[in-house]
Design a protein around this ligand. Structure first.
Ligand code: NAD
Length: 503
């Protein structure tokens, strides 16, 4: 969607609210933006842009709820997640359609996203096991030592536009399962899915203040980073903002994890099964119109792979239908806004100006108002061109050639990003070498999108991630708890018979 400050408000358009302390509240701030369907440009709602006072209202509610929530039994917190799961399962189709309407991806893709969101909740219900500490008897004679995990307090997440359902759930279920209270700031471009999710949460009669929703843009995000009432921040978004979030949150004494942008490479070896490689590459580069942090945007063909791959790949890209994601015939929906489309088109033009050939040109999709740009493939690309190092975040794939696997790995590792990467080959030895040497947080073997799996940690390396602990999986419990180590001994020599009822 495009975001523009609404000056002529249509009274028929719903204005969203925040969810604070178990109530829907109108923020004090009167700044608002239109929420726009990127496929049709129709205005879906208006989102309030909360200010610092609005945020502090939510922080107070979350702080007030923390002691009682933390004191609940762990299994009770897990049971609440079971109930949330049931609500989400019932609403899954409605949520998927909302994702399509506000973000633009296809319905099949949105359904998969909502499925992954639900998996995050399912995974978090294991908290009575995953939150356990460790005990060792006799660290010295008669002395025992144990480590317990305790929640941090109030945790916040600031999230991007491209996964309106899933990315907030990399954090929310794990944060509250471990006994924290939570505050979500959705992307101001796609606030509707989480608005609906919080309506579902509201039905569950969770204690007020355990989860809170604060709508807004960079202004309220900055207030989150600075608020003394917030103990930890999880961020997902572009690399420059991730760097700012990491530095600012740390300077304000918070625990922080900041997942940033990407430029993901897919290496194709000469022995790859070409048909399956083409399928994987096309889904990775053009699914969600290239607006995934795990989207493959650079193909590195090794030796003879180029001759086998490029023909079928360009044919397959040309065959994809571009349009509204709700149309079942469509494979590539719009990008988020016309502003994004123009930025992507400029990146293509710049690469062409630097000598790249446009083998498939997705510019100029006609006959529609939406922010459409079709699959685009650039060949004749050299590693030093800007399009190789810059994240385009659109359906644009560039192809680079390498003489052998070593050169391919050098090209991949030269990127300042290290989010995800894939290799297509049937050679175990090539895979062994690649997974050992490549510098990226997520690696796919004959898989184009090494997507997040709820029960494993997820994140990139290098400029794609700032922090220590990755999102979800086992890392989530580490991120959302702090360890306390207790060393104890007891003096029972005198009178112990009486204590233990011995004679
Ligand atoms: P963005 O960085 O523009 O915005 C992300 C969030 O940060 C939004 O909620 C926004 O309101 C907020 N924000 C914007 N400017 C801010 C500032 N100066 N200070 C504090 N907060 C600010 O990103 P986007 O366009 O919404 O999302 C696309 C980007 O997200 C891409 O770069 C993509 O690669 C990245 N992404 C990364 C991952 C990952 O796992 N690494 C996952 C999804 C998306």
């Amino acid at each position: 969607m495009t975001t523009q400050t609404s000056t002529h408000a249509d009274p028929k358009v719903t204005v969203l609210k925040n969810y604070v302390g178990g109530h829907w509240v109108t923020p004090r701030s009167d700044r608002q933006l239109d929420v726009v369907n990127p496929a049709t440009q129709s205005v879906l709602a208006r989102v309030p842009l909360s200010d610092r006072d609005d945020l502090e209202h939510a922080v107070s509610a979350a702080r007030a709820a923390f002691p009682a929530w933390r004191a609940r039994s762990t299994i009770e917190r897990a049971r609440w997640l079971f109930s949330l799961r049931e609500e989400l399962v019932h609403a899954r189709e409605e949520l998927a359609r909302l994702v399509v309407t506000e973000m633009g991806k296809t319905l099949a893709d949105a359904r998969a996203e909502v499925g992954r969101m639900i998996e995050m909740v399912e995974c978090a219900t294991a908290v009575p096991t995953t939150m356990q500490g460790r005990v060792l008897e006799n660290v010295a004679a008669g002395v025992d030592c144990e480590t317990v995990r305790q929640p941090l307090g109030v945790c916040a997440a600031i999230v991007p536009f491209n996964f309106p359902a899933m990315v907030p759930f990399w954090f929310l279920p794990f944060a509250i399962a471990t006994g924290n209270t939570f505050l979500l700031k959705p992307s101001e471009q796609v606030p509707l899915t989480q608005n609906r999710v919080f309506e579902l949460i509201d039905r569950l009669e969770l204690p007020p203040g355990v989860v809170n929703l604060v709508n807004g843009d960079a202004e309220v995000a900055q207030a989150i980073l600075e608020s003394p009432g917030i103990d930890a921040v999880s961020f997902v978004g572009s690399a420059p903002v991730a760097a700012h979030v990491y530095a600012t949150a740390a300077a304000h004494g918070k625990r922080v994890q900041a997942l940033g942008g990407a430029k993901n490479h897919m290496v194709v070896m000469p022995d790859a099964g070409i048909e399956r490689a083409v399928e994987g590459i096309v889904a990775s580069a053009f699914g969600a119109a290239g607006q995934r942090c795990m989207a493959g945007s650079v193909v590195v063909t090794v030796a003879a792979a180029a001759e086998r791959l490029i023909g079928p790949l360009t044919d397959s890209a040309r065959a994809l239908r571009v349009g509204d994601g709700l149309d079942p015939e469509v494979s590539v929906g719009p990008v988020i806004s016309h502003q994004a489309r123009q930025r992507i088109e400029r990146a293509i033009e710049k690469a062409a100006g630097e000598g790249a050939s446009i083998a498939v040109d997705g510019r100029g999709v006609s006959g529609k108002d939406g922010a459409f740009i079709g699959p685009t493939i650039l060949t004749g690309v050299r590693p030093e061109m800007e399009i190789v190092s810059q994240e385009v975040f659109g359906p644009v794939l560039v192809i680079i050639h390498a003489g052998d696997l070593s050169e391919a790995i050098e090209i991949v590792n030269a990127s300042r990003y290290g989010n995800g990467t894939s290799i297509f080959t049937e050679s175990g030895a090539a895979v062994r070498r690649y997974r050992h040497d490549v510098q990226a947080g997520m690696v796919g073997v004959n898989i184009g999108v090494a997507a997040p799996v709820a029960f494993f940690p997820f994140s990139g390396w290098k400029a794609s991630f700032l922090g220590d602990l990755h999102a979800h999986g086992t890392d989530a419990v580490d991120f959302y708890t702090r360890k306390k180590t207790v060393t104890s001994r007891f003096f029972t020599e005198q009178g112990h018979e009486k204590l233990f009822g011995e004679h």
